[in-house]
Design a binder for this molecule. Structure first.
Ligand SMILES: *[C@@H]1O[C@H](CO)[C@@H](O)[C@H](O)[C@H]1NC(C)=O
Ligand SMILES: *[C@@H]1O[C@H](CO)[C@@H](O)[C@H](O)[C@H]1NC(C)=O
Length: 204
C-alpha cells in the first residue's frame, strides 16, 4: 500500500444483520445480494491508477484470472484510484487509461465500490464522486462514505482521508480538494454521529 492511503474499509460480519435493519441508515446504502447459494466473493485493491505502468496492467491481468476462478460478485477499492493527483475533472482521459482500458477481463465487469484516497484529493475530488462517471463506465460506484449490504455481510466504506490532520496543516507541495468536506471537525463529528446514533438506536 502506498504511504498514506487512509481510506478504511470495515467489513462487519453480520450474523445479526440477517435479523436487524441495516445499520447506519444515514449513509447511502447499496444493496448487493449474495449469490443464490448464499456465498459471496470479491477482490479488494487499492493504490492502482498508473496508466498501466508500475505493473498495474500485470496485476489487472492476474485479478482477471483470480476473479474468474472465484466468480467474484464485485471489486472493492480502498482509494488512491488515480496517481499522482486524482482526476483533473470528469473528462480526464486517465479515467479510461487507468481504469476502463486496464480492467478489461470479463470477470472484472462487475460493480466496483470505491472510496477516495489521499492522492485522489490532490485533484478534482468531486469528479470521481460524480455519478456521471457511471455513464462513462457503469462499474464505477464511488462515494464519500457509504454502506454496501451484501446480505451475509455489511461493508462500511468510511472516507478517513480528511481525518489526517497533516494533510490540512502540512500539505507540502500538494493541494487538497476539500470541497464538501471542510471544515474538518464537522466532517469528523458528522461521521462519528452516524456511528453513535446507529449504535444507540440499533434494535438488536
Ligand atoms: C497512457 O497510456 C496510453 C497507451 O499506452 C498512452 O497513449 C497515453 O499517452 C498514456 N497517458 C499518460 C498520461 O501517460
Ligand atoms: C514490475 O514487476 C517486476 C517483477 O515482476 C519488477 O522487477 C519491476 O520492478 C516492477 N516495475 C515497477 C515499475 O514497479
Amino acid at each position: 500500500m502506498a504511504r498514506g492511503s487512509m481510506a478504511a474499509v470495515l467489513a462487519v460480519l453480520a450474523v445479526a444483520a440477517l435479523r436487524c435493519a441495516p445499520a447506519a441508515a444515514e449513509l447511502p446504502l447499496v444493496e448487493h445480494p449474495a449469490k443464490n447459494d448464499g456465498s459471496l466473493s470479491l477482490l479488494v485493491v487499492g493504490d492502482w491508477g498508473r496508466n498501466g505502468t508500475y505493473n498495474q496492467s500485470r496485476v489487472a491481468e492476474q485479478m482477471g484470472k483470480v476473479g474468474e476462478r472465484l466468480d467474484i460478485d464485485f471489486v472493492v477499492s480502498t482509494g488512491d484510484n488515480f496517481y499522482e493527483n486524482g482526476l483533473t475533472g470528469v473528462h480526464d482521459q486517465q479515467f479510461e487509461e487507468s481504469f476502463t482500458n486496464i480492467y478489461t477481463a470479463q470477470s472484472l465487469q462487475k460493480p466496483w465500490y470505491l472510496v477516495l484516497g489521499n492522492h485522489d484529493y490532490r485533484g478534482d475530488a468531486l469528479a470521481q464522486l460524480d455519478p456521471v462517471m457511471r455513464k462513462l463506465d457503469e462499474r464505477f460506484v464511488c462515494m464519500r462514505s457509504f454502506l454496501v449490504n451484501a446480505e451475509i455481510v455489511e461493508f462500511f466504506f468510511i472516507d478517513t482521508t480528511p481525518f489526517q490532520l497533516k494533510y490540512w496543516t502540512h500539505p507540502k507541495d500538494s493541494h487538497y480538494d476539500w470541497r464538501g468536506v471542510a471544515p474538518r471537525k464537522d466532517y469528523i463529528a458528522n461521521l462519528l454521529k452516524v456511528h453513535t446514533s446507529n449504535k444507540d438506536s440499533h434494535p438488536c
